[in-house]
Structure formats: C-alpha cells, structure tokens
Design a protein around this ligand. Structure first.
Ligand code: KG4
Ligand code: ZN
Length: 343
C-alpha cells in the first residue's frame, strides 16, 4: 500500500505556507510571505498578517496541489499549526484546515509549531529522528529540548529568559539599520567581518550559571553590550560588529547544546528553527559535534525558516505512529507549550 499523503498548513506568523508530504517524501512546499508589508514597521504586525493569510490561503493550497500533481481527493490527512504564534494568524490556518478536513472527511491533526520545526528534519535525513536533543532557535523561541518521541514526548531542558536568538538578530540589525528580518542580513554581512574583533559577552556562562541554569539562554546583556559599543565607537566597522555579535550567539548556543547531549547521554543533536539557517551556526555546529562524537542534523536552510512542509512532516509522523487525530473543533492556542505536541 502506498504511504498516506498529508497536507500541512502553517500560518503562525507572516508566512502562509502549505506543504504536502507522502511518507517522508516532500511533494510540495508553497510559501506566500507578507514580510514586505511588515518591513517598514520593523516587525510583524498581527492584523496585516491575518489579512494576508486570508488572501493567500486558497491560492497557496491550489499551487501546492499543482506542484504535487494531486487533487484534493488524494489527500489522506490534514495537519495544521495550532500554536504557538499570533492568535489571529493561527485562527485563519485552523479554520481553513478544519473546513478542509471536514469537507474531505479526513482526519485533522492540530500540531505544535515548535515540534514541527524539529520534525522537518525527517524529510532530509534517513535515520530515525528520535531520541535526540533539539536546539530550537527561531524568532519567537529559543530552547533546548529532549525529544524522546517527536509524536508525543518532548521535555524542555531550558529556554531563553529574555529574547529569542532570532529576535536578538532582528533587534541588532534594526539598530545597525540592516533591515528586517535581521538574521539573514547579519549572516551575510558577518562573512566579511572579523568574529574576534570585539569580545562581546556570552550570556549565562559563568560557573554559577552552569550550576543553576545550564540549559537556559539570555541575550539581553549581549544586546546591551552591542548597543553600548555602537554608541561609544564612532565609525565602527559594521561587518566586525555583525561577526562578533553572531559569534557570541553561536558560541553560547553550541556550548549549551553540546552540554545537553553530554548530560543526557543522547549523542544526537537536531538544530531547527529560522536561526538554524545561519551559516556560522551550521559551520560551528558541524565542527564541534564532530569533535564531541555527536550525530548532528540540520535541515536545509529553506526548511529551517517557517514552512508548510514541517507541519505536513509532523502530521505524517503522527499518522505513521497511529496517533489519534485532534477533535473536529479546537481553538488555536497562541501560547501552546512545546511539550504539547498535538491537540
Ligand atoms: O522559525 P522562523 O522562520 O519563525 C519563527 O517561528 O519565529 O524564524 C525567524 C527568525 C527571524 O528572527 C530571523 O531573523 C531568523 O529566524 N533567521 C536567521 C537567519 N535566517 C532567519 N537568523 C540568523 N541567521 C540567518 N541566516
Ligand atoms: Zn517558526
């Protein structure tokens, strides 16, 4: 029998994204982004995002069906991001997915956006995904997770106490007037900079921090240090600041991720979320994991930032594991904890 076909819908932030997956094969990955409508505000405006989702939903589903050469009747299950995210944006996806599943008479899975970020790796690498440690670094979240079973058992080992890693990239890019989103801009500017030019602080890495909160992050001290440096250094070298800032973030993320692998005895690390697209993080992770004997997996950069394939991938894993679908009517949950994989 052929593997079930799952359509995934993602609308938690500014991307209206549809993915279609059969088993572990990606058949379509359509992304309509409203990022340009938000750029002049320096961040995502919820009302604008919700309206853009409404406009983009039907054309995006149609385009995904065209790309995969399928019709709606071929879909065996529907998965949708139920949270966390912007509530108005999530609602558009949940309402669309519920209508679609009900109309087709197919099961519906309301899944966690963060678990979906981690699960997308299952489309690119052939080995079983779990058990693994996951470093989840996006615009809204930064956490270290122990994933015993991606379809139901995720434990939070630590998280950021203030800004998310991606948020730190976005804020520093804003003060340096590099545009929004800031991550890709800093990543490319840093390539021509010297990462050891400025010794910016590494948050929560004193010996006491390692005792009390080994797997938590903090980026606010770094943000302040960069802002002070910019103010007090007229004619500063932009590329050096970008590279040195990025080095601090990457260094801390990898120190803590590798410590989590060692502490848990799980020699496997998945890095996921938008910041996992960062070229320096990918390089440092590769080098340090190799040295530590940890099996490292990072999805391709296009699958790290928000997309529908990751939602379809988690849906596909839920179907394969025989998990029960979600109830036909459920609410989007803007604060859905990472430990709740599905509703
Ligand atoms: O996962 P994602 O697409 O959306 C959320 O769920 O938040 O992550 C978006 C975040 C933004 O903060 C963006 O600046 C950051 O990921 N990002 C990057 C890179 N590409 C995206 N950060 C650093 N380097 C990159 N290349
Ligand atoms: Zn995300």
């Amino acid at each position: 029998m052929s593997q079930p076909i799952v359509l995934g819908i993602e609308t938690s932030c500014d991307e209206t994204a549809i993915g279609i997956v059969q088993g572990r094969t990606l058949l379509a990955n359509v992304i309509a982004s409203s990022v340009e409508e938000h750029a002049r505000f320096g961040g995502v405006v919820p009302e604008i995002a919700s309206r853009a989702h409404l406009e983009a939903m039907m054309p995006s589903i149609e385009n995904a069906l065209i790309d995969s050469k399928l019709s709606l009747s071929d879909i065996d299950a529907v998965a949708v991001t139920a949270g966390p995210g912007l509530v108005g944006a999530l609602l558009v996806g949940v309402a669309s997915a519920s209508g679609l599943a009900l109309g087709l008479g197919k099961p519906l899975y309301g899944v966690n956006h963060l678990a979906a970020h981690v699960s997308v790796d299952f489309l690119t690498h052939d080995q079983p995904l779990d058990p693994t440690i996951a470093l989840l670094v996006s615009g809204g979240h930064s956490s270290l997770l122990q994933v015993d079973d991606i379809t139901q058992t995720i434990t939070k080992l630590g998280a950021t106490m203030d800004d998310a890693a991606g948020e730190a990239f976005d804020k520093i890019a804003r003060v340096m007037q590099l545009g929004f989103p800031g991550g890709p801009a800093i990543d490319s500017l840093a390539k021509s900079g010297n990462a050891t030019a400025i010794n910016f602080p590494r948050g929560l890495t004193t010996s006491q921090d390692w005792e009390t909160r080994p797997f938590d992050f903090s980026f606010s001290g770094l943000k302040t240090a960069v802002a002070r440096y910019l103010e007090s250094t007229p004619g500063y070298a932009k590329a050096d600041v970008a590279a040195s800032f990025q080095e601090s973030v990457v260094d801390v993320l990898m120190l803590k991720a590798i410590a989590a692998c060692k502490e848990s005895g799980i020699n496997s690390l998945v890095i996921a979320g938008g910041v996992a697209a960062n070229s320096r993080l990918r390089a440092v992770a590769t080098e340090r994991c190799e040295r530590a004997g940890i099996r490292l997996r990072i999805p391709s950069p296009a699958l790290c930032t928000d997309n529908g394939a990751m939602v379809a991938a988690l849906g596909s894993l839920m179907v394969a594991a025989g998990r029960s679908p979600s109830p036909t009517a459920f609410d989007a949950d803007s604060g859905l904890p990472v430990t709740t994989v599905a509703l």
